[in-house]
Design a protein around this ligand. Structure first.
Ligand SMILES: [Zn+2]
Length: 151
């Protein structure tokens, strides 16, 4: 019988807060996403207790982010004006035409998009991704209900 202790990070998008501001990286103007990162101690893959919590204040388009302590993040989230909402949807496309034919070749034909549901603008965030890279981006942004569309 093998016993394993370790840590695992769970992420969750809490919402979009604050004023709309221009991102210094991608120059898009949106409210920032607040993503909660909770590190859990686990025993045989069963989460036992949380060890620490960090928030990331993140550009919802390109993912550029800064870390915040929980207390600071919460006070910024509470202070926000909730009347102006922001609806974004992130998803990936698997560009089948670009899929490599070779059996062992790495399939890097995934693209990551964010769509602004109020303007219907579709913004391409990254191309030439592998499925694992897409999964990492999804986790980084704390997304659930994420779909990969065959295109
Ligand atoms: Zn950005």
């Amino acid at each position: 019988m093998m016993y394993t202790y370790g840590t695992k990070v769970f992420t969750k998008l809490k919402g979009y807060y604050g004023e709309k501001e221009e991102c210094l990286c991608c120059h898009k103007v949106y409210k920032k996403a607040y993503v909660k990162y909770t590190k859990w101690c686990h025993f045989n893959e069963i989460p036992l207790f949380p060890i620490n919590v960090t928030y990331y204040k993140m550009c919802p388009i390109c993912g550029d982010s800064v870390g915040l302590k929980g207390k600071q993040a919460k006070s910024e989230m509470v202070a926000t004006d909730a009347t102006e909402t922001q609806q974004l949807e992130a998803y990936a496309k698997h560009i089948l035409a670009n899929k490599p034919k070779g059996f062992m070749s790495v399939d890097s034909s995934y693209e990551f998009y964010v769509k602004d549901l109020s303007t219907n603008e579709e913004i391409c965030v990254a191309t030439n991704l592998t499925k694992d890279m897409v999964k990492d981006m999804k986790k980084e942004r704390g997304l659930k209900n994420f779909k990969i569309i065959d295109a």
